[in-house]
Design a protein. Structure first.
Length: 300
């Protein structure tokens, strides 16, 4: 007697719907039409004889068993990804497809330096990039949407392996008209909390900056307004306050065309650590270690 099993595609549809909570967005994430995704899920429900999703005009609601099956589907898909990874790892190093997540406070400053080198030295590697906040990137990693993540530590990313790359020092950025009052190293105690501008919630650089300053009152008093470092730079350049910028952003020329002065932060831990992380036990660990060596070399 034949046993009919769910296909990986059907499980992908189910996981995408659970992640996005919307048929249209889930279909976009899977690169199919909404009708294709909906039909695939109905086939899955028919196959196992259970309703997984309650459908109304306004709400997509998973049944209790649907939630459990979606959790299991995530693990099945991850195992399938690892199986494919084992095959890739048996071939040439850094070849085939590799999906890397990168957080927004790293991507625009480091990628222009590393991508030309990777294309030159590893032409058989097809590197696909996905820019997300730290939380979303770690979720993508554990859901199998990406293979590794360029992340700033410390950050709780779950059960991962990490290859530290380099330390990225923080600088205090002031409007130029305050230049005469700046020491060569700016103490965290010298920062006026009422003028401190930080990235909005969801960006780990905000937490790294606050931790480096080691002033609990800054979390309550600082204005968390910026959606990007470039936005914060424009706000500082227009005299709206001061901010903290990573060294890689300064090296990439983020202050060009502005009248901003930046000085190193004087603190016990004045830097964030940039690292490449991947799922623990990944069969492509050797590839990730090799990629980490490439990233360290480019940075140096």
């Amino acid at each position: 007697m034949s046993t009919y099993l769910p296909t990986l595609k059907q499980l992908q549809y189910l996981v995408a719907l659970r992640e996005h909570g919307h048929f249209g967005r889930a279909a976009e994430a899977c690169f199919v039409t909404q009708s294709t995704l909906s039909a695939g899920l109905r086939e899955l429900e028919s196959l196992i004889g259970i309703t997984l999703v309650e459908r109304t005009r306004r709400v997509v609601r998973f049944t209790p068993l649907g939630e459990k099956i979606a959790d299991k589907a995530i693990r099945v898909l991850r195992e399938a990804e690892d199986l494919a990874g084992m095959a890739r790892a048996a071939g040439k190093p850094l070849s085939g497809e590799l999906r890397m997540g990168v957080i927004p406070t790293i991507a625009p400053f480091l990628l222009p330096r590393i991508l030309p080198r990777i294309r030159r030295d590893w032409p058989e590697l097809k590197l696909y990039l996905r820019e997300e906040t730290s939380r979303s990137a770690c979720e993508s990693l554990h859901h199998g949407h990406v293979d590794c993540v360029l992340l700033a530590l410390p950050y709780a990313c779950g059960d991962v392996e990490a290859a530290p790359l380099f330390d990225d020092r923080l600088f205090v950025a002031f409007p130029q008209n305050e230049k005469q009052d700046l020491p060569e190293l700016v103490s965290a105690d010298a920062i006026d909390e009422s003028r401190l501008l930080l990235l909005e919630d969801g960006h780990c650089l905000k937490d790294h900056a606050l931790a480096a300053c080691n002033r609990p009152e800054l979390r309550a008093e600082a204005a968390m307004l910026g959606t990007s470092l470039h936005t914060l730079v424009q706000m500082v350049d227009n005299g709206l306050g001061v901010t903290l910028l990573p060294e890689m952003a300064l090296d990439a020329g983020i202050l060009e065309g502005t009248a901003i002065e930046a000085r190193p932060l004087d603190a016990e831990n004045p830097a964030r650590r940039i690292a490449l992380v991947w799922r623990k036990g990944s069969p492509r660990e050797k590839d990730f270690q090799l990629l980490a060596e490439v990233l360290r070399d480019v940075r140096a």
